[in-house]
Design a protein. Structure first.
Length: 154
């Protein structure tokens, strides 16, 4: 496996609803070449709760920009070290949540601290769970299939 195979994945996006408000799902539809799920058995969820400045519950432009910065920082570091792969992102109703699969949670903590050290704190919470069969990713793919992709791309 290489950092390039982690970074160059196929993604699809779809939209659903929660209490009549939109929720956007972005899901990686492939695995990095050569990745065996059991070698990355740790599901790491990262949640950013935000106050929406609009009726539909999406982040403000400033929050969205900061969320992109956060995701880019983590993705660059975790993929470079082939430590974790981003598999899904959900945004809506005051929450953006990222789903990562990692080989070692302690390594991820070290790399996240390294990636974020020079930046103002981000209002995120991390949680971890064992998921060696990638059930969380399967559920994200099922959501994608049930709603139908609205956009696909790398």
């Amino acid at each position: 496996m290489s950092a390039e195979s982690f970074a160059n994945g196929q993604w699809a996006m779809t939209a659903g609803e929660d209490d009549g408000r939109p929720v956007i799902f972005r899901v990686r539809t492939d695995r990095p070449y050569g990745l065996v799920p059991a070698a990355y058995p740790h599901l790491i969820s990262v949640v950013w709760k935000y106050e929406s400045d609009n009726a539909v519950g999406m982040p403000s432009a400033a929050d969205a920009e900061r969320m992109t910065e956060f995701e880019d920082l983590l993705t660059a570091t975790l993929h470079k070290h082939v430590a974790a792969v981003l598999t899904a992102v959900e945004t809506g109703t005051g929450v953006r949540a990222w789903q990562w699969y990692a080989r070692d949670p302690d390594e991820v903590v070290e790399l996240v601290n390294l990636a974020l050290a020079a930046h103002d704190p981000f209002p995120v919470e991390f949680a971890g769970d064992e998921d060696p069969t990638w059930d969380g990713h399967s559920k994200a793919l099922a959501i994608l299939a049930s709603l139908g992709p609205v956009e696909a791309g790398a």
